[in-house]
Write a new protein. Sequence first.
Length: 302
Amino acid sequence: MGDAVSFPDCKLLELGDRDQLHTMIWDFQPQTSELTFGNLFIWRSYYGYEWTMLDGCLVLLAHDPDGTTFALPPVGPGNRASVAFRVLTHLRDDLGMPSAKIARAGARLVADLEEDPRFVVMETRDHADYVYLTQGLAKLAGRRYSSKRNHINQFMRYYDFDVVSVTPDLVRDCLDLAEVWCEQRLCDEDLSLQHELCGIQAMLENFEALQVDGGAIVVQGKVQAFALGERLNDSTAVIHIEKANPEFRGIYTKMTQAYAERWADATTFINLEQDLGEPGLRRAKKSYLPDHLSDKYEVTLA
């Protein structure tokens, strides 16, 4: 277990912090996809995540590759307005961030800051999470999902496959598939994709320690698709990673449906994270007919 630190001192997030931070985050019952230890861990190399404690709240600082530092919403009980103000003031005055901000803030923090003149709150649509009914994704029933079922039927018609759990003996195959995905996407030319591959590798290589869940599609003895996720809160699972070999037509749709089936008896919702404003990704996420969006906001000082 990591040692607790007090604001403004911080420590880098590491695997040994898992139990301590997971407990605090789980007690908070977050609604936004960033707030799981698994997600923080896989993006720690990209954002250089640090954490500290302030007035009973977990405070997470992120260092963007462009050189700016921002905070994630404080995690803890009660009204968090005073914590948010101290964090933003620290970013602005002590760390020299004139545009100090709390990013990826959910509706609960916004409610804490409502009508407080010290803050400016702006919705950030590109970071809103897409949240689906688990049973809806698992069954894909009705006319609205006919094209999705066609993709799955096409995959099932042409390929012999098995849907299995990701276990330690499949980790190497999943890593190999992730590397193939990276080559196909020309990761060498895109820093964010390089870091995404690093995150996938980190989650797979620490699969058991992170206590995440995984499902995979095996075709002719080889993993050709996999999804990794975990519980976000009592009613919701979140899928952090989903990769597939696009040479197998319909495999992405089948992986999404099969992974939803894993959670169908345990959760009401599945969070498929944000679209980051990418038109193709936005169309794809909308095509699965979300139940609702988990809106996010940026908070700055007035």
